[in-house]
Design a protein around this ligand. Structure first.
Ligand code: NDP
Ligand code: MG
Length: 382
């Protein structure tokens, strides 16, 4: 039996993590979970999975749920609450599935508590990859990727000598607007952007997929997770999302990871690693049904967010922090109807341009830059 804690249990990844646990009651139990403000789903999960420890966004939400749940459950809130769940002494593995750089602190405290981490929260690695990976190394903590591309690469590298890898290729479905021209992108709506062709995900990552910033964040995530230089990381447009990513070795061999587009597969692999369990939904890849796979070169003019991410990643220091924070603020503004779709990339570029890079930032400096970049984007809104 593996005891699991989940940060962001009411989200897309969190809910699918609970589905994996629900389907395998002999293998997993939930000892603690966190959610933000979605009381209806949160209380339902608490009553079903009976965690001993829960964290919610605010004191008000904590008071609201206290009357409705099993009294054996301790309820925390705010930043401290996330830390309580991240360091839950009863859990064997932490699934970090909160959205945004709010996930950084809990990741670092979990690492210091020597907790294995199944990491969905890619913003953690984008904003402070050098600190997270260094602490993980020092504490001998495994960071298991949940992101499907990184889970794919992790599996392609299983049993291989990493020094013999020549490149890695992350595949990208292209998001909601893959067939739109730049002109057609001028007036797209929030609803159109939220309509992803292959994956059903939280709203922020769905917008990130439409701008291609999601792939940019994933390039930086891959750089840190696998300690791979940026010039060995490629991105390929692959509309079917059947090949989740691939690795090329020095002898020209390419190992790819294939599967149905279902996040429960990488979530489950992170939970069972190094073992595997039966697939939960019974769905298996049928290549005859798929028929044809398509691949296209990624156009950095068409998708400037990906170019910005490569540039910020290569420059390093605090630039990825600015990229991530400005993106979070701009996407939020877009979702609230305050800016247009193409303003997202423009705001991020301006935030990057006005920033004076700090080469090897401390955690304090990262927090400060994160905040300042959000404020900068806010200042452009008025
Ligand atoms: P969602 O928006 O669906 O869920 C986010 C979760 O985090 C919710 O439970 C939400 O609570 C909680 N949350 C949000 N903000 C806070 C906060 N400030 N404090 C505490 N809890 C908070 O996101 P996704 O599940 O789509 O994504 C989560 C992470 O996983 C992201 O980093 C994303 O990039 C990554 N990822 C997601 C994939 C997917 O398929 N969805 C695929 C690969 C990676 P509530 O709703 O109750 O307020
Ligand atoms: Mg992904």
């Amino acid at each position: 039996m593996k005891n699991v804690s989940v940060l962001g249990a009411t989200g897309s990844i969190g809910t699918q993590t609970l589905e994996v646990v629900r389907a395998n009651p002999e293998q997993f139990s939930i000892t603690s979970l966190s959610f933000g403000t979605n009381v209806e789903a949160g209380v339902q999960y608490i009553n079903e999975f009976r965690p001993k420890l829960v964290s919610v966004a605010t004191k008000e939400v904590a008071e609201k749920i206290n009357g409705t749940i099993d009294s054996a459950c301790q309820v925390y809130y705010g930043e401290q609450g996330l830390i309580e769940v991240a360091t839950d002494p009863d859990s064997d593995i932490l699934v970090n599935a909160v959205m945004g750089s709010v996930g950084l602190n809990p990741t670092l405290t979990a690492i210091n508590a020597k907790k294995t981490i199944a990491l969905a929260n890619k913003e953690t690695l984008v904003t402070a990859g050098h600190i997270v990976m260094e602490q993980a190394r020092k504490n001998e903590v495994d960071i298991l990727p949940v992101d499907s591309e990184h889970s794919a690469i992790y599996q392609c590298l299983n049993g291989e000598n990493k020094a013999e890898m020549s490149r890695m290729t992350l595949t990208a479905s292209g998001g909601s607007f893959r067939d739109f021209t730049r002109e057609e992108l001028m007036d797209v709506s929030v609803d159109q952007a939220l309509n992803h062709p292959n994956w059903s995900m939280g709203s922020k990552i769905t917008i990130d997929s439409a701008t291609m910033m999601n792939k940019g964040l994933e390039v930086i995530e891959a750089h840190w997770l696998f300690n791979t230089p940026y010039d060995q990381i490629d991105v390929l447009l692959h509309r079917e999302s059947v090949i989740h990513s691939m690795v090329e070795f020095i002898d020209g061999s390419v190992i790819a990871h294939l599967g149905t587009p279902d996040m429960k597969v990488p979530i489950q692999y992170a939970l069972t690693h190094p073992d595997r369990l039966e697939v939960t939904n019974g769905k298996r890849l049928n290549l005859v049904e798929v028929g044809t796979l398509h691949f296209e070169k990624m156009d950095l003019q068409r998708f400037p967010c990906l170019r910005l991410a490569f540039e910020a990643g290569k420059a390093g220091g605090t630039l990825p922090t600015v990229l991530n924070a400005a993106n979070e603020a701009a996407v939020e503004a877009f979702l609230r109807g305050k800016i247009r779709f193409l303003d997202i990339e423009m705001f991020i570029e301006r935030a990057l341009e006005q920033h004076s890079l700090i080469k090897d930032p401390t955690l304090e400096e990262i927090r400060e830059v994160d905040l300042m970049s959000r404020e900068f984007v806010q200042s452009l809104l008025v």
